[in-house]
Design a protein around this ligand. Sequence first.
Ligand code: GRF
Length: 213
Amino acid sequence: MSAPDFPPIIGVLVSGRGSNLLALYRAIEAGILHARIGIVISSRSDAPALEIAARHGTPTRVIVPRMFASRAEAGQVIIQALQAADAHIVVLAGYKPILDACVIQAFRYRIVNIHPSLLPAFAGGMAPRPQREALEAGVRLSGCTVHFVTEDVDAGPIIAQSAVPVLDDDTPDDIAARVLKEEHKIYSQAIQLFAEGRLKVEGRRVRVLPAKE
Ligand code: GRF
C-alpha cells in the first residue's frame, strides 16, 4: 500500500452523535493526527455530527441509503462524493448502514471502522448491544477495535485495540462510556499510522511498520 499525499484528506461517514468525529478534529488541532477532514457524509439529516462538521468548516453531504433503489446505487453516490473531495482515507465514525461492496472495492484497505468491543468478540450492532453482550458473557475485559473494513462486517484486519475492565456493578452504559474514552484515543492514533503509510495488510493481520527516519 503506497503512502498517501501528505497531509492526506479524510472522508468521514457518520450517522449520529459524532463524538469520534469531534475527537478527530481535536487530534488534528493537537498535532496528533496530520490530516484534513475534507468531507463528512451522514446517512441521516438529523445527525448531530453534521453540526460538528459544519462548526469546523467541513463540507457535509446527507446521503440516505434507503432513498435509493438499491444499496449499490447509494454506494455509487458515496464513492462520487468521496472522490470529489479527494478523500484518500475513509473513516466510519458511528456510521450505521452496511456499506455496499462497491464502496469497499473502490477504497480497498482505505476504509477504517471503530467497533466498541474487542473483536472478534461481540461483532455487529451499535452501542449498547456489544456492551450488553459483553456483560451477559461475563467477560472481565471489554474495549474497542479499529479495523479495516472488508465485505465481512466487523471482521476486517485489526489495526489497533484497547481494553478496559468490566466491573461487577457495570451497566452496558458504564462500559460504553469507559470504552468511548479509549475510542477517542486510539482512532486518531491508528489513522495517523495509516496516514504515514505504516500499515501493511498481510492476510488477516496488519503489520505496523517502523516510523520513517
Ligand atoms: C461508537 O460506539 C463507535 O464505537 C461505534 O459507533 C459509536 C459512534 O459514536 N462504531 P459517536 O457518534 O462517534 O459518538
